[in-house]
Ligand binder design. Structure first.
Ligand SMILES: Cc1cc2nc3c(=O)[nH]c(=O)nc-3n(C[C@H](O)[C@H](O)[C@H](O)COP(=O)(O)O)c2cc1C
Length: 349
């Protein structure tokens, strides 16, 4: 098994929840769902500690993308995704999880107190609870989507808009999230073209940087992004030795233009907790999107350089909020294959 784990992690079966096991065994089981979360370059930058009826979440700094993500924005978004999966899985198995955020560099990024234990797994066949009458976001529906969610890198069908009712539901899901996270949905063709032009420029800039290419080459070449060994080696050579900026930029801008809607999550403050909360909101939306039959694809290059990030805020008309995460939404051929995940043993402190 490589340092990024295997695709066997996706085979987790809810029927094997160790209901009669001790707290640590049950918490470990929940972490199998947390670790299926998306993360930038599939870096899986999380570490967990189990104890006292709680699970503590830390950053694994050795997995930070020091070139693409020097200030840890993507790292904390990724931690938020794992945290949201943990909360969704805990609810599904009858817990009442409460999340506290830490501030200090040595504090846990978040502590999840699992709380009382309920009657056991939510029955996936029962209608969602009254508080969330929408079938895409009931506890059981979100839980069920954890194993089906994946990033879709295909062209989307530009001629098939996301129905207004679905986008309205998306705004509703985002509004339900804690903290100061806001969702902007860009559907207008001219504005999407402007976003695509910004993406192409940011891509070109990133790929001009040999350190950026080398870092990406490491993650591609070591199989984190799920290609088989041969394809992965070829990918690494290509990324490290050619200036692919123009090609990548053209490809990514085409992908962006093919999406009938582009979503951006922003926060009023730009600190660790806000970024984790933005990550949680993203994962919740990605799970809901999975249940709505929508494909999701984050695209980060515009956010990775301060000048482009500022231009993005301007373009969105929200210069007083910090854009944290951008993703395409639409309909496309399903992504084939899965990315690997590290087993829980490897992410426990
Ligand atoms: C914060 C964050 C940023 C990401 N940025 C990109 C990106 O710029 N381009 C891309 O193709 N995928 C991006 N992704 C998707 C990851 O590459 C993907 O989640 C990871 O490879 C695992 O694959 P999966 O989502 O299919 O499970 C991002 C994901 C996260 C959480």
């Amino acid at each position: 098994m490589g340092e990024h784990g295997t695709t066997a992690a996706w085979e987790v079966d809810a029927g094997e929840f160790p209901a009669d096991g001790d707290f640590a065994e049950r918490a470990r089981f929940l972490l199998r769902y947390a670790t299926l979360a998306p993360s930038s370059h599939n870096s899986q930058p999380w570490a967990f500690e189990i104890g006292d009826g709680a699970v503590r979440l830390f950053a694994d700094e050795s997995r930070r993308l020091s070139v693409a993500d020097p200030d840890g924005r993507e790292l904390h978004l990724s931690l938020g995704c794992a945290l949201e999966n943990l909360v969704v899985a805990a609810r599904y198995f009858g817990y009442d999880p409460a999340v506290d955020y830490g501030d200090g560099a040595d504090d846990p990024v978040a502590t999840v107190t699992l709380g009382r234990e309920g009657p056991g797994p939510t029955d996936a066949a029962t209608p969602p609870d009254a508080a969330t009458p929408d079938p895409a976001v009931g506890d059981a529906a979100l839980f069920d989507a954890i194993r089906r969610r994946r990033t879709n890198h295909e062209l989307f069908d530009e001629g098939r808009p996301v129905p207004a009712a679905v986008l309205d539901r998306f705004r509703g899901y985002a509004a339900e999230s804690d903290g100061d996270v806001t969702l902007t949905l860009v559907e207008d063709a001219d504005r999407r073209r402007e976003l695509a032009a910004l993406q192409a420029e940011a891509d070109r800039r990133q790929f001009e940087d040999p350190d950026y290419r080398e870092e990406l080459g490491y993650w591609v070449g070591s199989g984190a992004l799920g290609a088989n060994w041969l394809v992965a080696r070829v990918g690494q050579l290509a990324v490290e030795h050619l200036d692919l900026g123009d090609r990548e930029g053209a490809k990514n801008s085409k992908l962006l233009r093919s999406a009938p809607a582009v979503a951006v999550l922003s926060t009023a403050t730009d600190d660790r907790e806000s970024r984790v909360e933005a990550g949680r909101a993203f994962e919740r939306l990605a799970l809901a999107a999975t249940n709505e039959g929508l494909a999701v694809h984050p695209m980060s290059q515009t956010l990775e350089r301060p000048a482009y990030r500022a231009k993005l805020a301007e373009l969105l008309g929200s210069s007083d909020a910090s854009p944290q995460h951008l993703f395409r939404l639409g309909y496309g051929e399903p992504e084939s294959g899965r990315t690997p995940r590290r087993p829980v043993d490897d992410v426990l402190r």
